[in-house]
Design a protein around this ligand. Sequence first.
Ligand SMILES: N[C@@H](CCC(=O)N[C@@H](CS)C(=O)NCC(=O)O)C(=O)O
Length: 207
Amino acid sequence: MLKIYGRANSINVRKVLWACGEIGLAFDREDWGRGYRPTSEQEFKRINPFEVVPAIDDDGFTLRESNTIVRYLATKHNRTDLYPTEMHERFRCEAWMDWASQDLYVDIRPIVMAQIFKVPEFQDPDIQKKAINGWTRVMDMLEIYLGSGQDYMMGDSFTIADIPTGLVVNRWFSLDFPKPEFPHIQNYYDRLAERPPYMEHGRNGLP
Ligand SMILES: N[C@@H](CCC(=O)N[C@@H](CS)C(=O)NCC(=O)O)C(=O)O
Protein backbone atom coordinates (compact mmCIF):
# COMPACT_ATOMS: atom_id res chain seq x y z
CA MET A 1 0.00 0.00 0.00
CA LEU A 2 1.05 3.59 -0.63
CA LYS A 3 2.85 5.00 2.39
CA ILE A 4 3.07 8.75 2.95
CA TYR A 5 5.76 10.13 5.21
CA GLY A 6 4.93 13.52 6.67
CA ARG A 7 2.88 15.44 9.19
CA ALA A 8 -0.67 16.21 8.02
CA ASN A 9 -0.37 19.91 8.93
CA SER A 10 2.35 20.56 6.33
CA ILE A 11 1.15 22.42 3.25
CA ASN A 12 3.24 20.16 1.04
CA VAL A 13 1.98 16.94 2.63
CA ARG A 14 -1.58 18.26 2.28
CA LYS A 15 -1.10 18.45 -1.50
CA VAL A 16 -0.47 14.70 -1.56
CA LEU A 17 -3.35 13.93 0.82
CA TRP A 18 -5.73 16.05 -1.25
CA ALA A 19 -4.58 14.30 -4.44
CA CYS A 20 -5.16 10.90 -2.82
CA GLY A 21 -8.67 12.03 -1.90
CA GLU A 22 -9.40 13.14 -5.47
CA ILE A 23 -8.09 9.88 -6.91
CA GLY A 24 -9.74 7.76 -4.20
CA LEU A 25 -6.52 6.17 -3.00
CA ALA A 26 -6.04 4.36 0.27
CA PHE A 27 -2.78 5.04 2.07
CA ASP A 28 -0.89 4.73 5.32
CA ARG A 29 0.63 7.89 6.72
CA GLU A 30 3.32 8.38 9.35
CA ASP A 31 3.92 11.68 11.16
CA TRP A 32 7.37 12.98 10.36
CA GLY A 33 8.75 16.53 10.45
CA ARG A 34 8.50 19.55 12.72
CA GLY A 35 6.85 18.57 16.01
CA TYR A 36 7.01 14.84 15.20
CA ARG A 37 9.80 12.39 14.40
CA PRO A 38 12.79 14.30 13.02
CA THR A 39 13.43 13.88 9.32
CA SER A 40 17.15 13.66 10.10
CA GLU A 41 16.58 10.07 11.28
CA GLN A 42 18.10 7.45 9.03
CA GLU A 43 14.73 5.76 8.52
CA PHE A 44 13.39 8.93 6.88
CA LYS A 45 16.58 9.79 5.00
CA ARG A 46 16.36 6.42 3.29
CA ILE A 47 13.17 7.74 1.65
CA ASN A 48 14.24 11.37 1.26
CA PRO A 49 17.88 12.29 1.96
CA PHE A 50 16.90 15.99 1.78
CA GLU A 51 15.05 15.69 5.09
CA VAL A 52 11.78 17.39 4.08
CA VAL A 53 8.21 16.12 3.95
CA PRO A 54 6.38 14.72 2.07
CA ALA A 55 7.96 11.59 0.71
CA ILE A 56 6.27 8.38 -0.36
CA ASP A 57 7.04 4.71 -0.62
CA ASP A 58 4.75 3.12 -3.19
CA ASP A 59 5.40 -0.62 -3.00
CA GLY A 60 9.15 -0.02 -2.91
CA PHE A 61 9.23 2.98 -5.25
CA THR A 62 10.30 6.00 -3.23
CA LEU A 63 9.64 9.57 -4.32
CA ARG A 64 10.02 13.09 -2.91
CA GLU A 65 8.79 16.58 -3.97
CA SER A 66 5.10 17.23 -3.37
CA ASN A 67 4.15 18.39 -6.87
CA THR A 68 6.02 15.48 -8.44
CA ILE A 69 4.27 13.03 -6.11
CA VAL A 70 0.88 14.49 -7.09
CA ARG A 71 1.74 14.13 -10.79
CA TYR A 72 3.04 10.59 -10.23
CA LEU A 73 -0.15 9.48 -8.48
CA ALA A 74 -2.42 11.03 -11.13
CA THR A 75 -0.36 9.37 -13.88
CA LYS A 76 -0.14 6.00 -12.18
CA HIS A 77 -3.90 5.89 -11.70
CA ASN A 78 -4.57 7.13 -15.23
CA ARG A 79 -6.48 10.21 -14.10
CA THR A 80 -6.25 12.11 -17.36
CA ASP A 81 -9.16 14.27 -16.17
CA LEU A 82 -6.94 15.54 -13.35
CA TYR A 83 -3.66 15.67 -15.29
CA PRO A 84 -4.18 16.41 -18.98
CA THR A 85 -2.25 14.37 -21.54
CA GLU A 86 -2.53 16.72 -24.52
CA MET A 87 0.97 18.20 -24.62
CA HIS A 88 0.14 21.90 -24.45
CA GLU A 89 -2.47 21.38 -21.75
CA ARG A 90 -0.05 19.24 -19.79
CA PHE A 91 2.63 21.91 -19.79
CA ARG A 92 0.15 24.66 -18.90
CA CYS A 93 -0.80 22.51 -15.93
CA GLU A 94 2.87 22.11 -14.96
CA ALA A 95 3.44 25.85 -15.29
CA TRP A 96 0.62 26.59 -12.84
CA MET A 97 1.94 24.05 -10.36
CA ASP A 98 5.45 25.52 -10.55
CA TRP A 99 4.11 29.07 -10.29
CA ALA A 100 2.03 28.27 -7.21
CA SER A 101 4.93 26.58 -5.43
CA GLN A 102 7.45 29.25 -6.28
CA ASP A 103 6.16 32.75 -7.15
CA LEU A 104 2.90 32.42 -5.25
CA TYR A 105 4.59 30.82 -2.26
CA VAL A 106 7.86 32.70 -1.84
CA ASP A 107 6.58 35.49 0.43
CA ILE A 108 4.35 33.27 2.57
CA ARG A 109 7.20 31.73 4.51
CA PRO A 110 8.12 34.79 6.63
CA ILE A 111 4.44 35.22 7.58
CA VAL A 112 4.09 31.54 8.52
CA MET A 113 7.35 31.64 10.49
CA ALA A 114 6.08 34.66 12.45
CA GLN A 115 2.43 33.71 12.93
CA ILE A 116 2.43 29.92 13.16
CA PHE A 117 5.89 29.00 14.38
CA LYS A 118 6.44 32.27 16.34
CA VAL A 119 10.08 32.46 15.24
CA PRO A 120 11.50 35.66 16.85
CA GLU A 121 13.60 36.89 13.91
CA PHE A 122 10.54 36.89 11.64
CA GLN A 123 8.57 39.21 13.95
CA ASP A 124 10.46 42.21 12.50
CA PRO A 125 7.76 44.57 11.08
CA ASP A 126 9.89 45.36 8.01
CA ILE A 127 10.22 41.66 7.15
CA GLN A 128 6.46 41.21 7.61
CA LYS A 129 5.60 44.27 5.54
CA LYS A 130 7.84 43.15 2.69
CA ALA A 131 6.36 39.63 2.75
CA ILE A 132 2.76 40.87 2.88
CA ASN A 133 3.38 43.28 -0.02
CA GLY A 134 5.08 40.58 -2.06
CA TRP A 135 2.36 37.98 -1.45
CA THR A 136 -0.41 40.51 -2.13
CA ARG A 137 1.20 41.49 -5.44
CA VAL A 138 1.21 37.94 -6.74
CA MET A 139 -2.28 37.20 -5.35
CA ASP A 140 -3.42 40.24 -7.31
CA MET A 141 -2.17 38.46 -10.46
CA LEU A 142 -4.21 35.41 -9.47
CA GLU A 143 -7.26 37.63 -8.91
CA ILE A 144 -6.90 39.09 -12.41
CA TYR A 145 -6.45 35.62 -13.93
CA LEU A 146 -9.50 34.14 -12.19
CA GLY A 147 -11.48 37.25 -13.05
CA SER A 148 -10.84 36.62 -16.75
CA GLY A 149 -13.49 33.88 -16.69
CA GLN A 150 -11.57 30.93 -15.25
CA ASP A 151 -13.40 28.71 -12.79
CA TYR A 152 -10.24 26.70 -12.12
CA MET A 153 -6.58 27.16 -12.91
CA MET A 154 -6.93 25.22 -16.16
CA GLY A 155 -10.27 26.79 -17.10
CA ASP A 156 -13.55 24.94 -16.80
CA SER A 157 -12.63 21.92 -14.75
CA PHE A 158 -10.64 20.96 -11.68
CA THR A 159 -7.15 19.53 -12.28
CA ILE A 160 -4.06 18.95 -10.17
CA ALA A 161 -3.04 22.51 -11.14
CA ASP A 162 -5.58 23.59 -8.50
CA ILE A 163 -3.90 21.67 -5.70
CA PRO A 164 -0.87 23.89 -4.95
CA THR A 165 -2.89 27.08 -5.62
CA GLY A 166 -5.86 25.92 -3.55
CA LEU A 167 -3.64 25.38 -0.53
CA VAL A 168 -2.03 28.80 -0.85
CA VAL A 169 -5.50 30.37 -1.19
CA ASN A 170 -6.57 28.61 2.01
CA ARG A 171 -3.50 30.04 3.73
CA TRP A 172 -4.32 33.52 2.42
CA PHE A 173 -7.77 33.45 4.00
CA SER A 174 -6.60 31.67 7.17
CA LEU A 175 -3.76 33.97 8.20
CA ASP A 176 -4.44 37.29 9.86
CA PHE A 177 -2.94 40.37 8.22
CA PRO A 178 -4.27 43.41 6.34
CA LYS A 179 -5.34 42.24 2.88
CA PRO A 180 -7.43 43.61 0.03
CA GLU A 181 -10.73 42.09 -1.07
CA PHE A 182 -10.22 39.61 -3.88
CA PRO A 183 -13.75 38.55 -4.92
CA HIS A 184 -12.66 36.20 -7.71
CA ILE A 185 -10.24 34.40 -5.38
CA GLN A 186 -13.01 34.21 -2.77
CA ASN A 187 -15.31 32.60 -5.38
CA TYR A 188 -12.56 30.15 -6.30
CA TYR A 189 -12.05 29.32 -2.62
CA ASP A 190 -15.78 28.63 -2.28
CA ARG A 191 -15.85 26.58 -5.50
CA LEU A 192 -13.03 24.39 -4.19
CA ALA A 193 -14.99 23.96 -0.97
CA GLU A 194 -17.52 21.87 -2.94
CA ARG A 195 -14.83 19.15 -3.04
CA PRO A 196 -14.78 16.89 0.05
CA PRO A 197 -11.02 16.15 -0.20
CA TYR A 198 -10.32 19.88 -0.15
CA MET A 199 -12.46 20.30 2.95
CA GLU A 200 -10.65 17.39 4.59
CA HIS A 201 -7.07 18.31 3.75
CA GLY A 202 -7.12 21.91 2.53
CA ARG A 203 -9.84 24.14 3.95
CA ASN A 204 -9.85 22.22 7.20
CA GLY A 205 -9.21 24.97 9.75
CA LEU A 206 -5.42 24.83 9.40
CA PRO A 207 -3.60 27.68 7.64
N1 LIG B 1 9.96 21.30 -2.40
C1 LIG B 1 9.55 20.43 -1.31
C2 LIG B 1 9.47 21.27 -0.05
C3 LIG B 1 9.16 20.39 1.15
C4 LIG B 1 9.19 21.20 2.46
O1 LIG B 1 9.77 22.29 2.55
N2 LIG B 1 8.54 20.63 3.48
C5 LIG B 1 8.50 21.26 4.79
C6 LIG B 1 7.09 21.19 5.34
S1 LIG B 1 5.90 22.06 4.35
C7 LIG B 1 9.39 20.50 5.75
O2 LIG B 1 9.69 19.34 5.55
N3 LIG B 1 9.79 21.18 6.83
C8 LIG B 1 10.63 20.57 7.83
C9 LIG B 1 9.90 19.72 8.82
O3 LIG B 1 8.67 19.66 8.86
O4 LIG B 1 10.62 19.07 9.60
C10 LIG B 1 8.20 19.78 -1.66
O5 LIG B 1 7.39 20.42 -2.34
O6 LIG B 1 7.96 18.62 -1.28
